[in-house]
Design a protein around this ligand. Structure first.
Ligand code: SAH
Length: 360
């Protein structure tokens, strides 16, 4: 969280990498191995207080208490889907702002969707997260603690979060340093120990940052929100396309694939009568032909304020069939948590409207 928001200049421990935590302990006159010991409490045991850290001396716990904070987020609201057990969290941050995260239970494991910003500046026409604009970036610790909080709950069932998607509110690549810091901490053996291949970052298409990410040597999965097969429509749906049009975005994606050897996923939210015609499917196939990629078709989650309807399942299947005929590998995303405002930004927005904060 921004320094000025931290109570009396305390350090948020989950903002720190192992090396930074070692420096922190050295600065306190403590041995650096305390860093790994503390990380065991923060990440493997998801402690919420220093009192729980019983293998640290009482004196050290008191020192930590006066200098540092364990929790970056607390649960302000929790909604569980009766259908599929999806859990949507509204998290309270240290400065009173809120953000959302979603736990999705699959047969093959549990995945968690994190937010990277409070609100969002991208202005996509179909998305609820961006309706109130961006308030601020989240810090590394605020991103990671969303996962730790859900992991704490799963630990009671002897389960673990096996994958994390950066697909909640916010544009991860606009909050670049915190996103990369969080990826490294989620992956580190002393952190949550989640393999890079099980970490996915979704971007609205910031071409320059995609090129930068390619150089980080993070074998994660990159997801690019495309949603339209041409600039005219994409600029209408996603204002970011005016800054980074398809002619810049796709070369950055090709470059990413070449440098990392990783396949990119293109997200395409199916909107009734807007981007779902057969001709648009062929245009999309033309753009992506020959790329190491995969298209994920998502039936739009309709947002009341947006007035855009989702395509019928039949239309989605027809669109998929054309892409596959053209040699583009395509999946249709299974819908989860439809009964609990699981679409981006809907829970936070509802909570704000109910508390009279939402309408400006
Ligand atoms: N800013 C990033 C990550 C957050 S959004 C990005 O744009 O990729 C995660 C995904 O959800 C994106 O593909 C986004 O376009 C999509 N999305 C947003 N609103 C949606 C809605 N109402 N229905 C379906 N998908 C939506």
């Amino acid at each position: 969280m921004p320094d000025k928001m931290k109570p009396a200049g305390k350090v948020l421990l989950k903002d720190l990498s192992r090396a930074e935590l070692e420096d922190f302990f050295s600065g306190m006159g403590e041995r650096s191995f305390r860093a790994v010991q503390l990380m065991g409490w923060l990440y493997q045991r998801q402690a919420t207080t220093f009192d729980q850290m019983t293998d640290l001396s009482l004196k050290l716990r008191q020192k930590l208490e006066s200098a540092a904070i364990v929790n970056a987020v607390t649960v302000a609201r929790r909604q569980e889907s009766v259908g599929d057990g999806t859990v949507k969290y509204l998290f309270m941050l240290g400065d009173g702002n809120t953000c959302e995260g979603v736990l999705m239970r699959h047969d093959y494991g549990n995945s968690f969707c994190v937010s990277t910003q409070v609100g969002c500046a991208m202005g996509c026409r179909f998305c609820a997260s961006t309706l109130g604009g961006r308030i601020r970036d989240l810090s590394v610790g605020e991103i990671v603690d969303q996962v730790v909080t859900a992991q704490r709950e799963l630990a009671a069932e002897e389960k673990r979060i096996s994958s994390v998607v950066f697909m909640g509110t916010g544009e991860p690549l606009e909050n670049y340093a915190a996103t990369v810091g969080a990826l490294r901490l989620l992956n580190s053996p002393e952190g949550l120990n989640i393999g890079y291949r099980h970490l996915t970052v979704s971007t609205s298409g910031l071409s320059e940052q995609i090129r930068r990410l390619a150089g980080e040597e993070l074998p994660i999965t990159l997801s690019v929100s495309l949603h339209a097969p041409n600039d005219a429509l994409r600029s209408e749906l996603m204002p970011v396309n005016r800054r980074f049009p398809i002619g810049e975005l796709l070369p950055a994606c090709r470059d990413y694939i070449q440098r990392t050897g990783r396949r990119i996923t293109f997200e395409y939210a199916m909107m009734d009568g807007i981007n779902d015609s057969g001709e648009q499917a062929r245009q999309l196939a033309g753009l992506l032909r020959g790329m190491l990629c995969h298209v994920n078709l998502i039936p739009l989650n309709p947002v009341a304020e947006r007035g855009i309807a989702r395509s019928s399942l039949e239309t989605v299947r027809r669109f998929q069939a054309i892409l596959e005929e053209e040699g583009i590998e395509t999946t249709v995303r299974r819908e989860m948590g439809g009964d609990i405002d699981a679409a981006c930004g809907q829970l936070r927005r509802r909570a704000m409207l109910e508390s009279g904060m939402g309408e400006k």
